[in-house]
Design a protein around this ligand. Structure first.
Ligand SMILES: O=C(CO)[C@H](O)[C@H](O)COP(=O)(O)O
Length: 212
């Protein structure tokens, strides 16, 4: 089980300060959509150059022009790029094709998807990694519900990540659904002691894995 740290709504210097404290204890670094919109591909490049041994996820949230945006992400050094599940099948297919050619990966963001049939199509297109995503604005109306996981239930060939306001408090119930990747943003980036929050989450995840 991996921890993906989402760097969202931060300045460049804040991103690097947070990574200095936490990078040794996380698996995947997510360069958030807002950070990419602020600094462009340069910040993806700089983060990968600074932490070459870490998997870097560029949260491009591509929804069109799939080939172009996938090339942008991978040529900047991203190991994984994201594309929205509601995009045209052609967009998803094009992103997956670029990733295959470059030996990189694609995370399909399921934000807004409510019909499991869409997951079947996405899998047929060749996806092997999806993220169940309860969005930032959705969180204003209440916390993520575990029934989100029903979208990917039984899909043994899919690696499933989960995101949306996850904290050390909500983590134990999320782990009951055995996600492959836990994406955490604000619970770490807004904490006074960011490293301590990451270590706490890592501890809960290690305990869960040792006992299941
Ligand atoms: O993609 C995102 C927002 O679009 C974030 O990565 C995701 O929501 C995790 O952040 P948080 O834990 O703060 O919800």
């Amino acid at each position: 089980m991996k921890i993906q740290l989402a760097l969202d709504r931060l300045t460049r210097d804040e991103c690097f300060a947070i990574l200095e404290q936490t990078e040794a204890h996380i698996d995947w670094i997510e360069v958030g959509t807002g950070v990419i919109k602020e600094y462009g591909m340069a910040i993806v490049r700089e983060i990968k150059e600074t932490f070459p041994h870490r998997t870097v996820v560029a949260d491009m949230k591509t929804c069109d022009a799939g080939k172009h945006e996938a090339l942008q992400a991978f040529e900047a050094g991203a190991d994984i790029t994201t594309v929205m599940a509601f995009s045209a099948d052609q967009t998803i297919a094009d992103v997956l094709k670029v990733a295959k050619d470059k030996e990189k990966r694609v995370m399909i963001d399921l934000l807004g998807v409510t019909n499991p049939d869409r997951i079947a199509v996405i899998e047929e297109l060749g996806a092997d990694l999806v993220s169940l995503h309860y969005g930032k604005d959705m969180q204003k109306g209440g916390a993520m519900k575990l029934d989100l996981f029903s979208l990917t239930e039984g899909r043994k060939n899919l690696e499933v990540a989960v995101a949306g306001g996850i904290s050390p408090d909500s983590l134990p119930e999320i782990l009951r659904k055995s996600p492959s990747v836990v994406i955490v943003g604000s619970a770490v980036t807004k904490a006074d002691d960011k490293k301590q929050v990451v270590l706490k989450m890592r501890g809960v995840m290690d305990d869960y894995e040792n006992n299941h």
